[in-house]
Design a protein around this ligand. Structure first.
Ligand code: PPS
Length: 575
């Protein structure tokens, strides 16, 4: 089918207004209704404006929308598999009349485009999910998005681009379709095979792309999605560092990296067709489709939503019409004896295959364990390690909770000094009294004020933890709910340890260092924790510490040993 391939792609749509017209639209927009685009809409708009979604000239009107949902074609019969729509809330729709202009803005309020309203319609979003994604199961992220995160009214009309969304990262790698086509022409590239990815690239991906490029004698475009991918995916900053690290493994002059600001729907077969059209627009002649392309994983019953090769089958049926040749690929696996990768169905009889799952990789990174070279190139492993340092290099919060006089501050101080002696991480002590002086001086001791105080401490601790430091917090924190919220905020960012300082109230009261218990008993201080205010015991604390018969030094040492056992203090190379 080579004869069908036009190395420069078809005609590109360009929706950008000229400088003068843009200035005029911006000026006039002061009288228009504004809409702040959602992250997905921002990605869609960027690709509409730069021609990445050619031949679309805007968000779909109802006739095109119906035809796309039903039969993967626009109303005029042009192949188009994915509804690209602009959803707005009912309230905003109520303010609009046909013929009105809407200023489409980014989250900072910068106007990116003007939409002249030609149509408002209310789609059946359940039916859209079933027709486009073949399922109503909300385990499919696009179905969940349609049912729970999409506004009820779709709008369409003439779109005029004023300004592309601003990206401050990797600017040199964000080539538009026209720029990429020009680059290919400059390099003398007539055959280009694109590789789509939303993951870091390991040796298996390298082998697959190298083989694909050789097989069809084409140059290779690594074209990762950096718009929106599956929730939980590795952030695109780290991924791009991984791609940059792998680039010099390919023969020079035959490979290029460019970033695609597309919002994935994880739509499997339809998405593969869509991706191929987009790559055609970006000047590619070939497109690699592997196992389970753009797959959303399993449904809520644990069954795969799409078959592993459904995407290849659907794209094969349409590749000729698109004018892109599909390069289908089976999963590549590592055969230990041969020290080589093979497609999984070509593994020589009886040979042992090695693999490392995503979970295994994450656990190796967390423990600072070796990542074998057969699995990923060392430079890629280094990029991943920077993002996922071993636990003893991650940030950490130790959160003490307990009654006044229970010993929180003293033990927290001892722990801080020991961690400082060990070195390696900056340590911040957020003691109850210090916080109340510097962060919460206007707050009293009502439940509402105490909870606000703890949220503030939690926020500061989360920032410290995110940035690799140690936060030691020592407030009373008497309420379970807000303690749980703090834990949930910090755990995804690093280590979290709750220490319940469980010294009995009788002992705290005997100590009464500040004379507060006496005042509380006399009714001079109101709402005093343990006397006239509640303390909810932290049932899920990592440690309960009664300081009645334990010195601060011993208590801090106990905490250190726990942190060591969990890997949060340690030495490089010893997971
Ligand atoms: S909370 O509940 O977590 O917001 O409390 P916290 O910020 O740790 O503040 C506790 C310190 O404030 C002093 N203090 C009181 N504590 C409890 N109840 C009442 N009503 C009260 N009034 C003042 C007391 O010194 C606490 O310090 P610690 O270090 O716990 O003794």
């Amino acid at each position: 089918m080579d004869k069908l391939i036009d190395p420069h792609g078809g005609q590109l749509v360009d929706l950008m207004a000229g400088e003068e017209r843009s200035a005029e639209l911006k000026e006039r927009s002061k009288d228009w209704v504004s809409w702040d685009l959602t992250p997905r809409q921002l990605c869609d708009l960027e690709l509409l404006m730069n021609g990445g979604l050619s031949p679309l000239r805007g968000f779909l009107g109802s006739a095109d929308y119906e035809a796309v949902c039903e039969g993967m074609r626009l109303a005029d019969g042009t192949l188009w598999p994915m509804p690209i729509t602009l959803d707005i809330p009912e309230k905003l729709a109520g303010e609009l009349s046909l013929g009105d202009r809407i200023a489409l803005r980014d989250p900072e309020g910068v106007m990116l485009a003007a939409l002249e309203l030609e149509e408002l319609y209310r789609p059946d979003r359940d039916a859209e999910a079933a027709r486009v994604f073949g399922t109503s199961d909300e385990a499919h992220p696009a179905v969940a998005q349609l049912k729970n995160g999409t506004h009820p009214v779709y709008v369409a009309g003439k779109l005029e681009g004023v300004q592309q969304p601003s990206h401050y990262d990797f600017r040199a790698l964000r080539l538009s379709p026209a720029e990429l086509r020009a680059e290919f022409a400059r390099l003398g590239w007539q055959r280009v095979v694109a590789f789509q990815t939303r993951n870091p690239m390991h040796r298996a991906h390298y082998e697959l792309t190298s083989r694909a490029a050789k097989q069809v004698e084409a140059n290779l475009l690594i074209h990762p999605v950096v718009g929106m991918t599956q929730p939980g995916d590795l952030d695109h900053y780290t991924r791009v560092h991984c791609y940059e690290a792998i680039l010099n493994r390919y023969p020079q002059l035959t490979v290029k990296l460019s970033l695609l600001p597309l919002a994935m729907r994880m739509g499997g077969p339809r998405e593969a067709v869509w991706h191929a059209i987009v790559r055609k627009n970006y000047g590619c002649t070939h497109f690699i489709v592997g196992r389970d392309h753009a797959g959303p994983g399993n449904d809520s019953k644990g069954e795969p939503i799409y078959g592993p090769y459904d995407a290849q089958e659907l794209l094969q049926q349409h590749a000729e019409e698109i004018g892109v040749e599909m390069v289908p690929f089976r999963t590549m696996v590592y055969v230990e004896d041969h020290d080589a990768y093979y497609p999984h169905d070509e593994v020589p009889e009886g040979k042992r295959v090695l693999s490392i799952s995503g979970t295994e990789l994450r656990s190796r990174l967390a423990q600072g364990k070796e990542i074998p070279e057969w699995f990923t190139f060392p430079d890629v492993a280094t990029a991943l390690r920077r993002r996922h340092p071993p636990r003893h290099r991650q940030g950490l919060t130790v959160f003490f909770s307990g009654l006044s006089g229970s010993g929180k501050s003293t033990v927290a101080n001892a722990l801080m000094v020991k961690l400082l002696e060990m070195g390696g991480r900056p340590v911040t002590l957020l003691d109850g009294d210090i916080v109340r002086k510097n962060l919460s001086s206007e707050l009293g001791f009502s439940k509402e004020h105490r909870n606000l105080n703890i949220s503030r401490i939690g926020y500061v601790a989360s920032e410290i933890t995110k940035n690799g430091g140690v936060a030691i917090c020592a407030p009373i924190a008497p309420y379970a709910e807000v303690r749980g919220q703090v834990r949930a905020m910090i755990e995804p960012l690093g280590g979290f340890m709750m220490v319940h300082v469980s010294t009995p109230i009788e002992i705290c009261e005997q100590r009464d260092r500040k004379g507060l218990y006496a005042k509380a008993r006399a009714g001079i201080i109101k709402e005093f924790t343990g006397v006239s205010d509640p303390y909810e015991i932290p049932e899920n604390a990592e440690m309960h510490l009664d300081t009645t018969d334990v010195s601060p030094d011993q208590a801090a040492q106990q905490i250190l040993l726990y942190l060591e056992r969990e890997g949060f203090v340690g030495v490089d190379g010893q997971g």
